[in-house]
Design a protein around this ligand. Structure first.
Ligand SMILES: [Zn+2]
Ligand SMILES: [Zn+2]
Length: 174
């Protein structure tokens, strides 16, 4: 079986492109994604198991859970869709209403996971809960109290929050 390792090749005559160790030249991102999918590789990280969150900063690919495989990517995609249906705004708002003081993302995620009786790792509970909390934040219902854990790119002001903390604006005593 031929091993397919897709790598990015910058500053070629045609501009940025990709190449595969099987000899296939992939002129743009779409071609690289198609080739990856055909070879059962994750189309997000092209089988590299890493995603670039900021220039020069990589972390485990979230699309395929760091496996680099297409199968895991598809399973995880379904899981994301299921999480969106099961974990609703009403559910998260109800959990948040029980916190009088500050709360962490992980605390809300754990409460939701326990409440639904979900085994750990079955659904991407954390990312879904984070999205809904950010929506509540945008609505002005909660306010983020955390300072960023890491500065990824000072010039672009990209920061990373690992387990951010919020508080309901009604309990802030303003
Ligand atoms: Zn190939
Ligand atoms: Zn991937």
């Amino acid at each position: 079986m031929t091993k397919h390792t897709i790598t990015r090749q910058t500053s070629t005559i045609l501009g940025d492109g990709y190449g595969c160790s099987c000899g296939t030249r992939l002129v743009h991102r779409m071609a690289a994604e198609l080739h990856a999918a055909e070879q059962q590789l994750c189309s997000a990280c092209l089988g590299t198991v890493e995603e670039e969150v900021a220039p020069g900063v990589a972390r485990e690919c979230s699309a395929c859970a760091g496996t680099g495989r297409r199968r895991e990517q598809l399973i995880w995609q379904l899981a994301h869709a299921e999480a969106e249906q099961v974990i609703t705004m009403a559910l998260v708002r109800g959990v948040v209403a029980d916190f009088d003081g500050p709360f962490h993302l992980s605390e809300v995620a754990d409460t939701v996971r326990d409440g639904l009786g979900l085994p750990g790792g079955r659904l991407p509970v954390g990312p879904r809960v984070r999205d809904l909390l950010l929506e509540l934040q945008a609505n002005g219902e909660i306010a983020m109290l955390s300072a960023p854990d890491e500065l990824l790119d000072a010039t672009a002001n990209v920061v990373l929050y690992r387990d951010p903390q919020w508080q309901r604006t009604g309990t802030l005593g303003l």
